[in-house]
Design a binder for this molecule. Structure first.
Ligand code: SF4
Length: 605
């Protein structure tokens, strides 16, 4: 096999045992890597109904055939598991030297199960794997853990760790790498914590088998140079995704006061241009020359790495207009190991619940000091923090009072940072995303505003499906960053050239789309299998707030989604996907994709 190492490392933490497992080439050709490998492993090896926080759940760190070979924007991995937050398929990607080192150690993925009897660090060095005592690190922040581990091991090792949020099983805890590269929104950090796994340290020195190493070297050099020629490159380096703050404000898409207003009267204070005045450096994933992490000094003088999502969820959505304060909350989120998007969603939910008198605690919008305290309470599950640590879906089920209408989530995952009162296509993207309400698979909202935002027509469905295949399928299976393509306009042909040099195979768009279809259908099957009797098409509908409560401010004030039209669009989406009226893949769809065996485990209602 060329392009892939052909091995997974299976780790059983209960038995302190690591076993390299060769896998068949057909797996690589049918699922590519990253999210594809993760979905296949979880489908094949997890029993239906597995408790996500039990030793039986698997935690997977998966790479792709372009990882670790020096290509631009390729230093990423996918972290996947059955999610404790949603109960369905969960994953996220993160930039980390661990991605590069897993491949150089001779593996395409780490597949971790079991539970260590006491806190451990998994240390992998090429073919060696040891289980080191982590008691001295348990309770430390993800930053502190990484600092200590980096001192102990060599400078170039890959380190992934969790903070107190993961240790304490907060349902939206992430795993963190390189002080700010946090991934695995649907509670991948809690799964790691449930296994008593504080950190993974990986060192690899081996070479990765490539079909055409000389061509790969040339393409790598050319690829980096090509990015420098893109007209948007220099502005991207200045602001990264932060320019989206202005765009969202202008287009009434800014999450504001728990997704009510669409615009924020203090938006200028959190904009990309304000950030530029505070910026001290750029940080980013390994092997990237368009690093997008904007490092600023926060209100306590510490470094915090900002991007659009974490900024707006921790500012406009909770009523804070001071970027230094937002930076502090964001840094706390990274140190504790929270997903900052869900954290902002949970805080916004708590403030609205407080405003409406549904909880006894008084949490005022924009109260920076109280919010800081509440974040720490969530990490340690104290008082109100214990309720919020379960996420907004569970919190709304507990407090009731009609809060289900404004618990802003899909399938249990808090909505990421775009208000969709007047963006039905993006609402459908959230509704049908592979992990719950996340924008990663199909960030179509800027396209939609140009394409006619009030339409609910087939063209939006077609664009959504195409985007999900490319971003949610191909990019997540390759585990490469989508920003060069998406934000700088790099031609997709580059990735096909990289793939040819790596694997020796020609991956046409048609072939890649078929692989993506296979992956996304398997993920949908996983959701249906795990939800079983509770599965319903209503799970693909975003919260009622967007349908019942019009935008309260700004030029689009009064706008609201139409539920009947949304459902018609959802029907069209299912039809295009080859799914039945309940959103379940049809037998013929699964058979066409070589997933006939999946049908026996699904009730095809
Ligand atoms: S553009 Fe940003 S997210 Fe993408 S690889 Fe570079 S630093 Fe990572």
């Amino acid at each position: 096999m060329q392009g892939w190492t052909g091995f997974f490392l299976n780790i059983d933490l209960t038995k302190s045992k690591a076993t390299p497992e060769p896998y068949d080439e057909s797996l690589a050709l049918n699922f590519l890597g990253g999210r594809g490998f993760a979905a296949k492993i979880l489908w094949d090896t997890l029993k239906q109904g597995t408790d996500p926080l039990s030793p039986e759940n698997k935690l997977i760190f998966a790479t792709g055939p372009l990882t670790g070979i020096g290509l631009p924007n390729s230093g990423k991995l996918v972290i996947a598991s059955k999610s404790p937050l949603t109960g369905g398929y969960g994953d996220g990607n993160s930039g980390s030297w661990a991605a590069v080192n897993i491949r150089k150690a001779g593996y395409d993925a780490l597949v971790i199960e079991g539970k260590a009897s006491k806190p451990v660090i998994l240390h992998i060095k090429d073919k060696m794997c040891e289980f080191l005592d982590a008691s001295y690190l348990w309770g430390t922040s993800s930053f502190e853990a990484e600092d200590q581990l980096r001192k102990k091991h060599s400078k170039l090792v890959g380190i992934i760790s969790i903070g107190p949020a993961g240790e304490n099983l907060v349902k939206f805890a992430t795993v963190v790498s390189q002080k700010g590269r946090s991934g695995g929104r649907p509670g991948m950090g809690a799964v790691m914590g449930s296994k008593n796994l504080k950190a993974v340290v990986v060192e690899g020195t081996m070479s990765i088998p490539l079909a055409n190493p000389d061509e790969m070297k040339r393409l790598s050099v050319d690829g980096y140079k090509e990015l420098l020629t893109k007209p948007l490159y220099s502005f991207w380096k200045r602001q990264g995704t932060m320019s989206t703050v202005e765009w969202s404000q202008e287009n009434s898409c800014l999450p504001t006061f728990n997704f009510r207003q669409g615009v924020f009267n203090k938006a200028e204070g959190i904009s990309g241009f304000t950030m530029e005045k505070m910026k001290v450096s750029n940080r980013g994933c390994p092997q990237c020359n368009m690093t997008c992490g904007n490092v600023v000094k926060d209100s306590e003088g510490k470094d915090s790495e900002l991007d659009y999502e974490n900024v707006v969820m921790l500012s406009s959505n909770i009523g804070i207009g001071n970027l230094s304060q937002v930076a502090t909350l964001n840094r706390l989120a990274d140190e504790f190991g929270f997903d900052s998007i869900s954290l902002g969603g949970v805080l916004g939910f708590a403030m609205e619940a407080s405003e409406k008198g549904l909880i006894s605690e008084k949490i005022n919008w924009g109260d920076f000091e109280e919010i800081k305290k509440l974040i720490i309470d969530i990490a340690y599950k104290r008082g109100l923090g214990a309720l919020l640590a379960e996420g907004v879906r569970a919190a709304s089920e507990t407090i009731g009072g009609g809060s289900i209408d404004w618990a802003m989530h899909v399938k249990g995952l808090e909505i990421s940072a775009y208000d969709c009162h007047i963006a039905p296509g993006m609402a459908l993207a959230y509704g049908t995303s592979s992990i719950g309400a996340h924008h990663k698979d199909a960030w179509i909202i800027t396209w939609e505003t140009k394409a006619g935002r009030e339409n609910y027509d087939q063209s939006k469905v077609d664009h959504l499906v195409k985007t999900q295949l490319l971003r949610g399928g191909t990019f997540e299976a390759l585990t490469v960053c989508r920003f060069p393509y998406n934000s700088l306009g790099l031609e997709f042909e580059w990735y096909r050239k990289y793939l040819r040099a790596s694997t020796g195979q020609d991956f046409s768009m048609e072939r890649l789309n078929q692989i993506s279809e296979r992956i996304l259908n398997l993920i949908r099957a996983f959701w249906v299998r795990e939800y079983n009797e509770k599965w319903s098409r209503n799970l693909d509908v975003p919260p009622r707030r967007w349908f019942k409560e019009p935008l309260t401010e700004g030029p689009m004030k009064g706008s609201v989604l139409n539920l009947e039209k949304y459902n018609t669009m959802l029907d069209a989406y299912y039809e295009t996907r080859g799914w039945n009226k309940n959103g379940v893949p049809k037998i013929e769809t699964l058979e066409k994709l070589g997933l006939a065996d999946v049908t026996s485990q699904l009730k095809l209602r």
